[in-house]
Design a protein around this ligand. Structure first.
Ligand code: ACO
Length: 312
């Protein structure tokens, strides 16, 4: 049997902040943001809405989508860099709110690659028959760590959550191969400072991402025994359209075969990939039996990718 996605959902907050709104906050303009990043607007959580609230809505949607009861979940993994509190973990909060009475729970910290780390961790537990159903979530309230006076970073980020239930799928479907990696020496390029603000060396992160995303994608495609031409759909971390396009072009994938939620949601860190996956499946871009590649990179530095045959 394979290990794959058996339920999928996402949630984004109601409040929209457009590029025009950003012009009132910092010295920036719509033209710069669109051309340099591909972002047109982003969602911002309400004051009384935290990471666990968004995780809860996304998780409920994933359980409903898979027709799965909360009590069936054996383990909850929440990837986040913006937990409500350092402890208890967001995953424990979620365990309680969902009524997932049989689930163990822990958070995963790998910044924007967090969802990939959670997905690949879930695969190991299911493959060894230790657990049957694992809820994985990427949820971020980045608006609470944004430095709203730093135009280099504040225009890039948004809030939201995506969730998937991982479980057994038929032979030949699900995760075919994976890659995870880290380079702690690059930690200084993207971190949270003593003011709790996100700080980024945009140039260095850009260079790392443009190299790592295609490299990891090609590695998982080859490990799965396929060629670039076999890929039906690409879900890259939604950090910057120029990074995503560079990766896509190196893989020879046409524009219509790549998820682009960045335009309306910005960069949602660990939530970007599951939101993009959930939307792509819901709007029919990903179909049964498609070969898809999910690839993320982020602070740490970290990266992770999977090649996955879609369907159950
Ligand atoms: N509006 C207008 N001008 C701006 C803005 C803005 N919002 N931000 C920067 N600029 C200016 C800079 O001040 C600079 O001006 P100068 O030449 O007068 O000094 C000019 O634009 C160019 O700035 P650079 O930073 O050199 O531009 P670059 O081509 O590197 O693009 C960007 C910046 C978009 C941030 C890019 O570096 C990037 O996308 N990096 C990767 C970001 C990323 O992937 N982050 C993911 C991690 S974040 C997370 O996941 C939580």
């Amino acid at each position: 049997m394979g290990v794959g996605v058996i339920g999928l959902g996402h949630y984004v907050p109601e409040k929209v902040l457009t590029n025009e709104d950003m012009e009132k906050i910092v010295d920036t303009n719509d033209e710069w943001i669109r051309t340099m990043t591909g972002i047109e607007e982003r969602r911002i959580a309400a004051d009384d809405e935290d990471t666990s609230d968004m995780a809860f809505h996304a998780a409920q949607n994933a359980l409903k989508d898979g027709n799965i009861k909360a009590e069936e979940i054996d383990l909850i993994l929440v990837a986040t860099v913006t937990p409500d509190t350092p402890f208890p973990s967001v995953s424990c909060m979620l365990q309680d709110r969902l009524g997932a009475t049989n689930a163990a729970a822990m958070d995963v910290s790998a910044a924007c690659s967090g969802f990939m780390y959670a997905m690949i961790t879930a695969k190991q537990f299911i493959e060894t028959n230790a657990y049957k159903k694992i809820l994985i979530v990427g949820s971020e309230k980045l608006s609470k760590i944004i430095n709203w006076s730093d135009r280099n970073t504040c225009v890039l980020l948004g809030d939201g959550a995506g969730a998937a239930v991982m479980g057994n799928v038929s032979e030949g479907k699900g995760i075919l191969s994976f890659e995870l990696g880290s380079n702690g020496a690059g930690g200084k390029e993207l971190y949270q400072n003593e003011m709790d603000h996100l700080v980024m060396n945009g140039r260095e992160v850009f260079k790392f991402a443009v190299r790592q995303m295609p490299e990891s994608s090609i590695n998982v495609i080859e490990k799965a025994g396929y060629n670039k031409e076999d890929v039906d759909y690409l879900i890259p971390h939604q950090a910057n359209i120029r990074i995503m396009d560079a990766a896509r072009e190196r893989l020879g994938i046409s524009e219509d075969k790549m998820a682009k939620t960045i335009k309306k949601y910005g960069n949602n860190s660990s939530a970007s990939i599951p939101i993009a996956l959930s939307e792509s499946v819901k709007n029919g871009k990903i179909k049964d039996n498609d070969l898809i590649v999910l690839v993320g990179f982020g602070g740490g530095l970290t990266w992770g990718a999977v090649a996955l045959r879609w369907g159950m």
